[in-house]
Design a protein around this ligand. Sequence first.
Ligand code: FES
Length: 102
Amino acid sequence: MFRINKSSDMLPAIQRGNPVNISVDGNPIEAYQGETVAAAMLAAGIRTFHNSHKHKQPRSLYCGMGICYECLVTINGVHAQRACVTMVEEGMRIETCKELEL
Ligand code: FES
């Protein structure tokens, strides 16, 4: 997945919010006001949000609307936050969870 950075005849003009500074696992990524954490992570090429507790399998975005809890990450030190329903905020520190503790 990637960001569409310019308009074309096929697409309406792209309007984004102001840029915000966030990091995932200590690495700064591009994000804009009005985006969810999941959208910013996917646009940055991050696919694994956490690994399942039982089988240690990578988990990522599934429902995209807060129902399935497959997109859990740690945000500003708070574990098990749903990336798909959390909007990015300036200075947000996101950590993918290699092994999720619930
Ligand atoms: S993707 Fe289902 S709760 Fe986030």
